[in-house]
Design a protein around this ligand. Structure first.
Ligand code: SAH
Length: 233
């Protein structure tokens, strides 16, 4: 039996243990060019436990299988990291249960990270994770990004994953992005076809599409697209 099949069959029998899951995490991170040290893998394990527990009451994510959370939330969130070399600060707009901001913070602990979401229950959860994992240099704001215009210009990298209306982001952010900053839009399998539409919409907001990364998540977990936009002055 293949390794993946073993994990999936074990998962359905609720027999996936910590060692197997962390092995899957490290192998998957290797495939996307991200290296984790054991302490970071341990933080992901704690994050997984808390997400599984809180999700039973608060419906934070529709993905409920541990190995799926690992690949489709954690590893997916880390896919931009190889393209963010040297980034000092990152703003995650519409972070939900912490994606991609918390995985990026765990993997790049020296980066200042700021998480924003308009839903109170999501913010309560990410605050709990920050405390539980003892994450430092991380800020959290509850509210709509359009109501905090002072926040955006502070960050070199502004990122958003699975934001319902990326065009709204362009409209809101284009006037606020700092010079030399980059807006990273993470598209999932359902909206990756939006690429040319978003390129046009970005251009209308003076945002130039500077890089497109098309990738496959490990273990045949689907296609993803990363769009990097620069502000045109
Ligand atoms: N990034 C997460 C969540 C995506 S769902 C993930 O990839 O799983 C989109 C999130 O954006 C929701 O949690 C919603 O509450 C938040 N959101 C929607 N409009 C917003 C706005 N104007 N400002 C801040 N957060 C917003």
């Amino acid at each position: 039996m293949s390794w993946t099949k073993f994990l999936i069959s074990s998962a359905s029998a609720n027999r996936v243990d910590k060692k197997s899951l962390l092995h899957l995490l490290r192998r998957s991170c290797d495939q996307i060019g991200v290296e984790l040290i054991p302490d970071q893998a341990e933080q992901f394990w704690l994050y997984l436990q808390e997400l599984l527990e809180w999700n039973q009451k608060f419906n934070l994510t529709g993905i409920t299988q541990p190995e799926e959370i690992l690949i489709k939330h954690f590893v997916d969130s880390l896919t931009p990291l190889p393209y963010l070399a040297g980034a000092k600060g990152l703003l995650d707009i519409g972070t939900g249960a912490g994606f991609p901001g918390i995985p990026l913070k765990i993997a790049a602990p020296f980066m200042q990270v700021h998480l924003v979401d308009s839903r109170r229950k999501k913010i309560t959860f990410v605050q709990h994770i920050i405390r539980s994992l003892n994450l430092q240099k991380i800020l959290v704001s509850h509210g709509r990004i359009e109501e905090m215009p002072e926040v955006v210009p502070r960050y070199q990298i502004v990122i958003s994953r699975a934001f319902q209306q990326p065009e709204q982001l362009f409209h809101l952010l284009s006037g606020l992005l700092a010079p030399q900053s980059v807006l990273v839009v993470m598209l999932g399998p359902t909206n990756s076809g939006d690429r040319s539409r978003l390129q046009k919409l970005g251009a209308a907001s003076r945002l130039v599409l500077s890089r497109v990364v098309c990738l496959q998540l490990p273990h045949r977990s689907g296609a993803r697209t990363l769009l990097f936009f620069n502000k045109r002055y």
